[in-house]
Design a protein around this ligand. Sequence first.
Ligand code: SAJ
Length: 433
Amino acid sequence: MKSDNKPDVCVVGLGYIGLPTAAVIARSGCKVLGIDISEAVVETINRGEIHIEEVDLDGLVHAVVSRGLLSASTSVAASDVYVIAVPTPFDKQHQPDISYVLAAARSVAPVLKAGDVVILESTSPVGTTEQIRDLFAELRPDLKLPGLTRETPDVSIAYCPERVLPGRILEELTNNDRSIGGITPRCARKAIAFYKLFVRGQCIATDARSAEMTKLVENAYRDVNIAFANELSIVADRMGLDVWEVIRLANRHPRVNILTPGPGVGGHCIAVDPWFIVAGAPEDTPLIRTARGVNDGKIHHVIARASALVEAHPTARVACLGLAFKANIDDFRESPARLVAATLARRYGSRISVVEPYAAQLPREFEGTGAVQIDLDTALEECDLLIALVDHDQFRQVPLAERAAKVVYDTRGIWPDQPKPDAEAAPGLRLAS
Ligand code: SAJ
């Protein structure tokens, strides 16, 4: 550590979490080296530019790179603190794959020295932080490691999950509370001292396994609750009820807070992390597993209802509104909206148009289907059937007058004033989600 008391930091993995984290740490005055396996990513960041979209991130990265506080490289260099923020995907059997985490730890091992702190931020199955420690023990028998020595360990190792929301990452990185799980209490204290350099939220000490589980639990909690809302929406469809009306009324109860149904759960966190709990205790997780099934099943329910509508209106031009996995972002990975729109495009070809203000062009799977991208105005002028798949503000703001005469399938509940299908005077049709 240098005399100004600010550690040199190495952030391994410069993706959606690693890059903003590296930039925020650099803003606090630490010298940060970001590591990525992609040469292109490294070059982009060293130019002061970014390869992902996130509110205000471009300005911050540009500033810290210009001030010489952040630079990027493909190889790890000796630092005081190492933060690992690499992906942890799952395989076809929903088993977590921690090979990137272990590869990152392997790259750090040769440069570790006494006094260093290693922090894992990647969402990980319970026990992963200890596996990193065990890997260090194997690769660096010269170091005393926490939990494996009675003496003061040379290196501190902790797990500290991120819990930021895409679109609000910079704000939440600074202001959210953090659970910081040390392999030993001393490791937690060392990690907390580091996070206090740039986190304004509370830093709460725990053990590594509890912190790992906490992260998984947060997203599984959300998944289970969204599944409840999605199941209600399917039941409401069958009963001919407006699910939005039912939820609105139920939520007036002081202890009820039902989440919002949609076309399914997208993104790389909520639809993934629950499987890490299931993989750790397959016999004991029927609820979490079922919730995953309900949320995935909702996508197919939406495809079936949308297809029925398209077929019931054989001359209608159809607009699918939105491809992103949630509102007001340009992230299309694991997006239910994208899957629904692409399936309709494959089935109905040029009858389908897609409106996605956050995409410059349609993703590859639309090629050769005949479906085209149009803007919202064209959709409102030329399409008779609107399928609302994403709750972008731009869609939400379409006034009733411009959609009252259309057939509407609103999977997000963005237009509560849309006439109901059975309302005699109403020319349009609105299906519950
Ligand atoms: N969704 C619904 N209904 C709802 C809420 C969400 O259908 O009532 C859908 C969204 O449309 C989207 C998906 O769920 O497809 C997930 O969106 P989200 O905004 O709820 O969450 P993410 O995936 O962007 O970020 C989550 C957050 N976790 C929690 O809120 C518990 C975030 O704080 C985590 O840091 C992030 O996962 C992560 O990295 O794990």
